[in-house]
Design a protein around this ligand. Structure first.
Ligand SMILES: [Fe+2]
Ligand SMILES: [Fe+2]
Length: 276
């Protein structure tokens, strides 16, 4: 059995809420996940001090973590830096690896960087990025759970204001299905969402489960999560993926479980969305 805490869009800078990041640290101390995944947008404006604050936050987490960049981790207004070294500040002040992996004997988690230098808000995956992903996922064909982390969405959630997906999404979805990936962890929407690739990419391939975390520690929540903070708790065991969505309870000063969802593991033909 493995457990992952999935947080996203922590947005260090003006919109950051320190009480919520303290709440994440407490949640990790209390429940001790095997891994914390941070699916991008560490900062608001990619400033060195914002990356340093993000680094200090991650260093407070009592367990291993895996982080990919988001579009906000590329400088928007510093033209030359954006053109020539879009991830220079991220690398200098947060981490050198933009696409980290984590593996143990039960899971293989692969990070994909979908932000790039001319991003305003959209994402992309390149042909070489897909080749790298395929190589990593094929390494050690075994029964470990395969999980991919990418900031931008592969499917436009219903009723969400933007119906755009990351460039290269279709090819990436086919690759993920063929490589036996069971779960993709994303952010960017600032709103929690669970879905599958099935309705949007009716290729006949095995559907892949998609999970978005809202903004876990900033004031930038959208839609039904306007002004709110959320994160996901994932439990993987032999037969099931169980996902709990947590919301920040300001009065109790802690994250509380809001809903729980269960999905059969990959030996089944399709996922049944079963929430209660
Ligand atoms: Fe964001
Ligand atoms: Fe984003």
């Amino acid at each position: 059995m493995r457990q992952i805490l999935h947080i996203s869009d922590v947005h260090f800078g003006p919109p950051h809420r320190p009480e919520a990041s303290d709440g994440v640290v407490t949640l990790v101390e209390r429940r001790r996940p095997d891994l914390v995944v941070i699916s991008g947008d560490l900062t608001q404006r990619a400033r060195p001090e914002q990356f340093r604050e993000a680094r200090a936050f991650v260093d407070r987490l009592a367990v291993p973590s895996l982080t990919v960049p988001g579009n906000h981790d590329v400088p928007m207004y510093r033209f030359w830096e954006r053109l020539l070294t879009p991830f220079g500040a991220f690398r200098r002040h947060f981490a050198t690896d933009l696409e980290p992996t984590y593996e143990d004997d039960e899971m293989l988690v692969v990070g994909v960087n979908t932000a790039f230098n001319w991003t305003i808000k959209d994402g992309r995956v390149t042909a070489s990025g897909l080749r790298r992903l395929q190589r990593l996922l094929e390494r050690g064909a075994d029964s470990r759970a395969r999980i991919v982390v990418a900031h931008h969405q592969l499917v436009p959630p219903p009723r969400f204001d933007s119906q755009r997906v990351l460039r290269g999404a279709h090819r990436m979805v086919d690759l993920l299905a063929d490589a036996g990936v069971e779960l993709v962890l994303s952010g960017h929407l600032h709103q929690s969402w669970i879905g599958t690739t099935e309705a949007y990419y009716p290729s006949g391939r095995r559907p892949v489960l998609l999970l978005h975390s809202g903004t876990s520690t900033s004031s930038r929540g959208r839609g039904s999560e306007r002004g709110r903070n959320t994160c996901n708790w994932i439990r993987l065991d032999d037969g099931e993926i169980e996902i709990s969505n947590f919301g920040w309870d300001a009065e109790g000063d802690r994250f509380l479980e809001r809903s729980r969802h269960r999905f059969p593991r990959r030996d089944r033909d399709s996922y049944a969305l079963e929430a209660y």
